[in-house]
Design a binder for this molecule. Structure first.
Ligand SMILES: *Cc1c(COP(=O)(O)O)cnc(C)c1O
Length: 232
């Protein structure tokens, strides 16, 4: 089977899962698909684009930058979904259309500067941590208690457009429970920012639960592209 045939089939299966989940949740709005292409070559991105994929996600700056350059000319929106260092943020804004992993105020100024250099506003999502509160630990995502303050600052930053929230279900917890929490956090957030309606949640293993909890976008990697090489 050619790679194109392989991707056509897996993409079709993922689209069916998303549609079935939306139906099961009684939703008739469209749920967007961001295909996470990290670790996979630009040639796969090109095939996906030919199969109608419009949005791709990457989580490492150098890889994303190179792939976006290689795939320039394809009609794609690039989502940056990985942990972000503030000294890389402006560079990410140079190719990303959406940065989904904004989790602290320190990122806002460099993202805005990068967007300004590029000459257009940058869409951002705030990544909310669904991890249990703990004193230590390397959570990624803003703590729910700190979300309102971060959102206020993001919304007030010229050059950035606050579009909504992103989250990853914690390991070792039923994703349905985690996403229920997310839905509640989002409800509060939307009263302050009614236009920021995007909710990016759900991956290969838990997209059904995310769609049930109101995700407007799912981020799916391995179910489309196959398993990734082991990260060292
Ligand atoms: C890798 C990644 C995904 C996709 O994960 P799969 O399980 O391969 O679908 C989604 N979101 C984020 C933030 C990721 O890093």
């Amino acid at each position: 089977m050619s790679r194109e045939e392989e991707l056509r089939l897996s993409l079709g299966r993922v689209r069916e899962r998303i549609a079935a989940a939306a139906t099961a949740a009684g939703r008739d709005d469209a749920v967007g698909l961001v295909v996470v292409t990290k670790f996979f070559p630009g040639s796969d991105v090109r095939i996906l684009s030919g199969l109608g994929v419009t949005d791709v996600g990457e989580n490492r700056h150098q890889e994303a930058e190179a792939k976006a350059a290689e795939c320039a000319g394809l009609d794609l929106r690039w989502h940056f979904i990985g942990g972000l260092q503030s000294n890389k943020a402006a560079a990410v804004a140079a190719y990303a259309d959406v940065v989904e992993s904004v989790d602290r105020a320190k990122l806002l100024a460099p993202l805005a500067r990068g967007a300004q250099e590029r000459g257009r506003p940058l869409e951002v999502l705030l990544q909310v941590s669904l991890d249990p509160p703990s004193a230590h630990g390397s959570r990624s995502g803003v703590a729910p208690d700190d979300l309102a303050a971060l959102a206020e600052r993001a919304a007030a930053t010229e050059g950035l457009v606050l579009r909504g929230l992103m989250a990853v279900a914690p390991l070792g917890e039923d994703p349905a429970e985690a996403f229920d929490r997310l839905a509640q956090i989002r409800a509060g957030f939307l009263t302050d920012h009614p236009g920021a309606t995007v909710l990016s949640a759900g991956m290969s293993g838990d997209l059904e639960q995310a769609v049930a909890a109101g995700a407007t976008h799912v981020r799916v990697g391995s179910a489309v592209l196959g398993s990734r090489p082991q990260v060292p």
